[in-house]
Ligand binder design. Structure first.
Ligand code: AMP
Ligand code: GLY
Length: 454
């Protein structure tokens, strides 16, 4: 374990009434979480366990360590040693590894569901079966497979409108949409076979046609409060071409909806998140405490659920936390004490655009360990570091998404202009999507949805 001690901003009564917060993860999402904690009116001491040196988080933390945050024993030992009161788990892997369970056992309150509940993200079959068993609307026709038996027949049954999903965590890259990522039936069968050969299982499900959006909700197991709706862009290149990524950029609108959605769509998505939180309680007997992130698609006749994540979205966290008006520490304390109904969570009526700068070659063959120059970036406080490291005085990109910038403005178009102006100042072997949040792109989403609905 490598350890760096830094000074956190001293606040009045710093040593009194403070709570120790541990943030797990060191990407841009966790940078946004640490920022939100740091901006609280309540005093706290922030600790972070990361997998590389994130200079943005390090600046705001009391102590930052690099270590194996998927190891429950490592995390619990660290938390006990530092008398941590609350932990916030950023990424999905520690949730899958049961780090939340281990922390609760050690009497540390955790924002981030226990392992069994995190299956809502870690197992696609779990989620689809939950939808069926508890009558939650918005699911596709689907079947789970562990062999090729019946696969070709099921492609036929779905009239070749299908999606193949590896049943496990794959960083957003385990899903192949027929007609987009895979063009022929032999290629589709090959993909299924590659999953079987590696010992995995997969789902084949009905392909939906429409526009995607993310609805994240704060949950305490009994109560739920929703965040503004965001649209992510999963494809690597302009105009939604190229391979799927973790997400290249996002936007949200001043009214917390999106130009292509109507009120009924939003109410349907909120209802699905609520029913899912309740179904999880009924199925497991446990409270879902943390962020429930529904990936939805607006289709011809309503809203469909694409997938669930058991954590903040990345980049979506940057959009919503940048306009959060309610104190984030208050929200965390409410989530872990089943009292979310005691506060009203509010966001500014502002539009946001977030853009990622990623290494050349990302996601399939990214350049690694190259120097990035961010000296020309304006508004450094709008910058969130992701897959980077520090070597001497140099900032190094380590191969995944490098850093993100956020811009907040009255309109999406204005936010886009300043985000674009900032992200193109990153110098080095990197690229970004200049189309995210532009008027052309947002208008095309709306006209696509109008066409689908008519
Ligand atoms: P997931 O990892 O489940 O979010 O899937 C990654 C991407 O695949 C989604 O963002 C969608 O673009 C696409 N996708 C997943 N499931 C479906 C579906 N049933 N119909 C259409 N597209 C889908
Ligand atoms: N924005 C996609 C994700 O966080 O999984």
């Amino acid at each position: 374990m490598k350890k760096v001690e830094l000074t956190q901003k001293e606040k009045p009564n710093f040593l009194e009434m403070i709570n120790n917060f541990l943030v797990i993860g060191s990407g841009a999402r966790e940078h946004a979480i640490v920022n939100a904690l740091y901006s609280s009116r309540l005093d706290s001491k922030i600790y972070c366990i990361g997998n590389s040196y994130n200079p943005g988080i390090m600046k705001l933390c009391f102590e930052y360590v690099v270590g194996d945050y998927n190891s429950s024993s490592f995390v619990v030992n660290y938390a006990n040693k530092n008398k941590i009161d609350y932990a916030i788990i950023g990424p999905e892997n520690p949730l899958e590894a049961g780090v939340s369970d281990a922390l609760w056992e050690a009497n540390i309150k955790v924002v981030g569901p226990k392992k069994e509940l995190a299956k809502i993200e870690t197992s696609k079959a779990f989620t689809r079966n939950l939808q069926v068993d508890y009558g939650i609307p918005g699911g596709p026709k689907f079947q789970s497979f562990t062999t090729l038996n019946g696969v070709a027949e099921y492609f036929e049954e779905l009239n070749h409108e299908f999606v193949i999903k590896f049943d496990g965590l794959a960083g957003g890259k385990g899903v192949k949409v027929y007609g987009e990522h895979i063009e022929t039936i032999p290629d589709a069968l090959d993909y299924c076979k590659s999953i079987i050969d590696s010992g995995g299982s997969f789902l084949i499900e009905e392909r939906f046609i429409g526009e995607e959006f993310s609805l994240m909700s704060f949950c305490d197991g009994k109560n739920i409060q929703h965040m503004p709706i965001v649209q992510d862009h999963k494809r690597a290149y302009e105009n939604d071409s190229g391979p799927n990524t973790g997400g290249m950029g996002t936007y949200s609108d001043y009214n917390h909806s999106l130009p292509f959605l109507n009120d009924t769509d939003i109410e349907s998505a909120k209802k699905i998140n609520l029913l899912t939180m309740e179904a999880l309680k009924n199925k497991t007997g446990m409270d879902y405490i943390g962020i429930l992130y529904g990936g939805f698609m607006a289709v011809k006749n309503g809203v469909r659920l694409i997938e669930y994540n058991a954590r903040f979205g990345d980049p979506e966290a940057m959009n919503v936390l940048s306009i959060l008006k309610t104190d984030f520490i208050d929200i965390c304390k409410r989530m872990v004490s089943a009292s979310l109904d005691k506060i009203k969570i509010e966001f500014e009526n502002k539009a946001t655009v977030c853009k990622y700068s990623v290494p050349n070659g990302y996601p399939d063959n990214p350049v690694k360990n190259q120097i990035i120059d961010i000296s020309e970036i304006k508004d450094k406080d709008k910058l969130f570091y992701a897959s980077v490291n520090i070597e001497g005085d140099n900032l190094i990109e380590t191969g995944s998404r490098t850093l993100a910038v956020i811009s907040v403005a009255e309109t999406i178009v204005d936010a886009e202009k300043s985000a674009e102006d900032n992200i193109k100042r990153v110098k080095g072997p990197v690229f970004h999507r200049s189309d995210i949040g532009t008027k052309e792109l947002v208008d095309s989403r709306k006209s696509n949805m109008d066409k689908i609905r008519c």
